[in-house]
Design a protein around this ligand. Structure first.
Ligand code: MG
Length: 292
């Protein structure tokens, strides 16, 4: 940062979702999040969004905790221009980091894309489809997204709603680029059913096992032809390097919030690129602030 913020404001917002979104860890009908507004001495503003949720189900972070760690630790350190020295809380850290970077770039009139070294003005976009109770509802939702032009459709799965459901979608959409995401809902004991997915021509199977079960992912990847993609497990560039070298995955999903911000996300990008491992940017149902 060239010059620190003069003030930092926290806001809490709640937006209704167009459609309830169900994953293996629960259903959301609306999106509540913490926004960070960094204000420069010249009145310029930078915005960041914390990707934590209301309850600590995706990871250990949640909105109330993020609010406190931002208010009592991260923001005071940023205003004083010193390192915070805290451990954990990467979503809270990322929200502040992005707000500060946004403030600096707006002050300079530089776009985030240019700052990051971006070479394209658009990228192919996929969509994540929540778990539906009825298969007909799922097929209808997928049909809408395919017609809308999404380049990849990712289905959320959980034990009991996995291979048969994915097979029905594959039968209805033989050429669609499909993938699945279990959000760590399986164990090594219950993951056996996932081997059936190898017949369905998926792009990848995302985070089947708990985030700390690197060995389990290594063993599962050995048994599956379909690439595994790691999300929750990859909390840093160090973890990404280890997971790639040990072949716990062949694809990485990077999220700014999960890894603590832009700087660490770029390190993971470099690790993946050097290893020839595809990497894509995942979402956390962000509002327009986080998406931007
Ligand atoms: Mg995921």
């Amino acid at each position: 940062m060239s010059e620190g913020p003069a003030a930092v404001e926290l806001l809490r917002v709640r937006l209704p979702l167009k459609r309830p979104f169900t994953t293996s860890f629960g259903t959301s009908a609306d999106k509540e999040c913490v926004l960070v507004r960094a204000i420069g001495s010249d009145g310029a503003e930078g915005w960041g969004e914390c990707t934590a949720m209301e309850a600590p189900r995706y990871s250990g972070e949640w909105n109330d905790g993020a609010w406190l760690v931002l208010r009592d630790h991260l923001i005071p350190a940023a205003l004083a221009g010193r390192p915070s020295g805290i451990r954990g809380h990467p979503m809270a850290e990322a929200a502040l980091e992005v707000a500060l970077v946004d403030l600096e770039l707006r002050s300079k009139g530089v776009s985030l894309a240019k700052h990051l070294g971006g070479v394209r003005d658009r990228v192919p976009c996929g969509v994540s489809v929540g778990i539906e109770d009825r298969i007909d509802d799922l097929l209808e939702v997928v049909s809408g997204f395919v017609a809308a032009g999404y380049r990849r459709v990712k289905l959320k799965i959980e034990p009991g709603r996995d291979a048969a459901v994915v097979r029905a979608v594959r039968d209805a959409f033989p050429d669609a680029p499909l993938s699945v995401d279990a959000n760590a809902a399986y164990t090594r004991e219950t993951a056996e059913v996932l081997l059936e997915l190898d017949e369905l021509g998926l792009e990848y199977v995302e985070q089947p096992l708990p985030e700390d079960d690197l060995l389990g992912h290594i063993e599962l990847q050995r048994r599956m032809a379909t690439p595994l993609c790691l999300d929750e497990t990859v909390t840093s560039a160090r973890v990404a390097r280890g997971a790639i070298e040990l072949e716990a995955c062949r694809i990485i999903n990077v999220k700014l919030g999960r890894v603590g911000g832009l700087v660490e996300a770029l390190r993971i990008h470099v690790v993946a690129r050097e290893a020839g491992v595809p990497l894509w940017v995942g979402g956390m149902l962000e509002t327009g602030v986080g998406r931007a």
